[in-house]
Design a protein around this ligand. Structure first.
Ligand code: SF4
Ligand code: SF4
Length: 331
């Protein structure tokens, strides 16, 4: 295989990213090994049911393990739907439309293919979107896409934090665009910490076991009543620490129409075991399965004091839901 030696111009890369609706572009040389401090702290804080985080910890710190011949890492962001909710039941904005994993991975793969096509090359590339053990936030920060805020999210001074991150590891020698470490612009603001209803933000990190996002998406068991009381109607994820962030005033519209969508409370409550897969086809919600979906609705309704709306859930013979109802004192 003959590998062309010319450097891929940034302009060419930017054009192809734009075609795919991607923004916040950076290109860096793959670092040999990332600083383990953040990951070590996360693991020592406890990751609950996210044991997969610990399983391939070393690989997360070694970006080139995913493509040893990589000469460039392209970091991009894809804005998701910044609009909130119309009903009392609330779901994280990122889960409004299609599951972003496949969508963003396909976009990145198309960028890699387009580079090859335009440069007449056959460089190998690998798109990574939450799909491989890569410490993504750290790389995005190294590439200058933003700073890690007090809400533990990567924040861009131009577009805030309502965005997905994706990476393309490529053998292509792409012109660098490395913003360098972005300055921390949280300043004296503590809005996110004060807004978090479960006090899950401590010292710039998220205590998973207290976070509504973790509890509704990753946690497989019963949600403690003391936390459930504070859910404020969230049934899948939580955006409160992002809603509180002043930098999200600048959030752009979604970068792809497939990321736009909405859920109607009455429709959510009418979902059955039979219709669950169909209703949530192609969406992140489907990953939690029907039983956890019903547990989450029960907890969300409990936090809103809506016992009447929860009656059909309480009579369902689902072990996790029954156990959750007993924890809440509703059975
Ligand atoms: S997602 Fe919600 S519960 Fe988790 S840290 Fe942010 S505000 Fe707190
Ligand atoms: S709300 Fe304030 S403290 Fe929290 S991440 Fe945004 S700017 Fe930083």
């Amino acid at each position: 295989m003959t590998i062309p030696v010319e450097t891929v111009p940034l302009q060419l890369l930017a054009e192809e990213c734009r075609v795919q609706g991607l923004e916040s572009l950076a290109v860096i040389e793959p670092p040999a090994r990332l600083d383990p401090q953040g990951l070590e702290r996360l693991l020592s804080d406890g990751v609950g049911d996210m044991e997969w985080l610990a399983e391939r910890a070393e690989m997360r710190l070694t970006p080139t393990a995913l493509l040893p011949s990589a000469r460039s890492i392209v970091a991009v962001a894809l804005a998701y739907h910044p609009h909130g909710h119309d009903g009392a039941l609330k779901r994280a904005r990122y889960a409004a439309g299609s599951d972003y994993h496949n969508l963003l991975r396909r976009k990145l793969a198309r960028v890699g293919d387009a580079i090859n096509r335009r440069m007449g090359a056959v460089w190998e590339h690998r798109a990574v979107v939450d799909s491989a053990p890569l410490n993504e936030r750290t790389i995005a920060r190294l590439a200058g896409l933003g700073w890690i805020g007090r809400n533990a999210l990567l924040i861009s001074p131009e577009t805030g934090s309502y965005r997905f991150l994706g990476f393309l590891l490529s053998e292509a020698p792409i012109e660098r665009r490395d913003g360098g470490l972005a300055a921390d612009r949280c300043g004296s603001c503590t809005s996110c910490e004060r807004r978090c209803p479960t006090a899950a933000l401590v010292d710039r990190r998220v205590i998973s076991e207290r976070c509504i996002s973790y509890l509704t998406i990753e946690h497989r068991g019963v949600i403690p009543r003391a936390l459930a009381e504070r859910f404020e109607g969230w049934w899948f994820g939580c955006d409160l620490c992002q809603e509180a962030c002043p930098w999200n005033r600048f959030a752009p519209p979604a970068g792809d129409p497939k990321l736009v969508g909405g859920d109607v409370d009455a429709v959510l409550l009418a979902v059955t075991a039979e219709s669950f897969d169909r209703v949530f086809a192609g969406r992140a919600v489907r990953r939690i399965g029907y039983e956890r979906f019903r547990r989450n609705l029960l907890v969300a309704l409990f936090s809103l004091g809506s016992r009447d709306a929860a009656l059909p859930i309480l009579t369902e013979a689902l072990p996790l839901v029954q156990e959750q109802a007993r924890e809440l004192g509703w059975l």
